[in-house]
Design a binder for this molecule. Structure first.
Ligand SMILES: *[C@@H]1O[C@H](CO)[C@@H](O)[C@H](O)[C@H]1NC(C)=O
Ligand SMILES: *[C@@H]1O[C@H](CO)[C@@H](O)[C@H](O)[C@H]1NC(C)=O
Length: 334
């Protein structure tokens, strides 16, 4: 018995050695052919090696002020040019955005970082608990303790999700994400500067889809410590439910009362639990006007107005066609 086994081992070993020594013509690649070379990376994205498939940096870094930390891509303001070369078509952009927001909310919940949706995302929630069909970004806010925690312990961390982790059931979407998704959490070092004069760095952190370049802008809601009645208040629970209400602000110069945001409410957005500000209706009306909450036509019009303004500014068109927006918005009843 033993000797048969040894003989078998001997031949098995020889076979293995042979395979190594003489690769057959049908092997995975031809070692003599020239390599396509992912290694010719531009130096400015070299530190992302292993994360990005881009060979070239498509971020607008060169045209930006050196003080600015986050760079929007040269092809679209809502894509990270270190991770993509082009915008996505509507058909795949929306599923990727949905996965983006779900992965973000799940991760922040896991980490215990307080966050809620705001601006255009809150408006999308108001109309249909979903991302607006024309959106290409998600707006969220975090509290001061949350950004400090993310900056200290989770900067540049990569978070992986399988399609099944993201509760995706639509077969087309499962297919789209069959190889899983990876997201990068990147915190702007200028988050530590609370001044609104630092207008180049109003975005405190980003949650970036490494495969598509889409991202979520994360802004911190801060206590205005120079405003009357808020000096020397302790952080922690007093941050949330202070008496009298505190003046809060973001570096993008939006201002709020603490009682407008806290205590946060729980709602559902894109099929998953989400936090929203306490006085969501008042905040939306302040930002977009009452009619954006009641008149669908007004909202669509306003969207086209904003889009036209943005296009004049960047003199570039995204991949989103107005007819698509209008059709979907009116048909699906957003
Ligand atoms: C996060 O990491 C990046 C890359 O190393 C670095 O440039 C940035 O300053 C870091 N942010 C913070 C808040 O430390
Ligand atoms: C903070 O409050 C002071 C006093 O009310 C005000 O002058 C200042 O503009 C506020 N800062 C921000 C960033 O809103």
């Amino acid at each position: 018995m033993h000797s048969y086994f040894n003989t078998f081992l001997f031949f098995a070993l020889m076979a293995a050695v042979q395979t190594i020594a003489y690769p057959s013509a049908s092997s995975l690649y031809n070692p003599d052919s020239p390599s396509k070379g992912r290694h010719h990376r531009a130096n400015d994205i070299a530190f992302l090696e292993g994360l990005t498939n881009n060979d070239q940096d498509m971020s607008g870094r060169e045209g930006d002020d050196p003080e600015k930390y986050f760079h929007e891509s040269i092809f679209h303001a809502h894509y990270d040019g270190r991770f993509a070369y082009q915008t996505l078509p509507d058909k795949t952009r929306l599923p990727h955005l949905r996965a983006l927001v779900r992965s973000y909310l799940a991760t922040m919940h896991d980490l215990g970082a307080e966050t809620w949706i705001m601006h255009g995302s809150l408006l999308g929630w108001w109309w249909n608990q979903r991302i607006m069909p024309w959106d290409d970004d998600i707006d969220v806010q975090v509290s001061e303790p949350a950004i400090e925690f993310l900056a200290s312990y989770h900067n540049m961390t990569v978070h992986s999700f399988a399609a099944s982790d993201l509760d995706i059931s639509d077969p087309d979407e499962v297919e789209l994400m069959h190889s899983g998704k990876r997201y990068l959490l990147e915190v702007n070092p200028h988050y530590a500067n609370p001044s609104t004069d630092d207008w180049q760095n109003v975005i405190d952190a980003r949650w970036i889809d490494i495969d598509t370049g889409l991202f979520i802008d994360i802004t911190t809601v801060r206590v205005n410590r120079t405003a009357e009645g808020t000096m020397g208040r302790p952080k922690g629970s007093a941050y949330r439910y202070p008496e009298p209400p505190q003046h809060l602000y973001c570096k993008d110069e939006h201002t709020f009362w603490s009682t407008q945001i806290f205590p946060l409410r729980t709602a559902v957005f894109e099929g998953v639990p989400v936090r929203i500000p306490y006085k969501y209706q008042e905040l939306l009306a302040e930002e977009y006007g009452e009619s954006a909450l009641t008149e669908r036509e007004f909202l669509v019009e306003k969207h086209f107005f904003d889009q036209a303004k943005m296009e004049r500014k960047t003199s570039k068109r995204g991949s989103i066609s107005p007819s698509f927006h209008l059709r979907n918005f009116l048909k699906r009843g957003y």
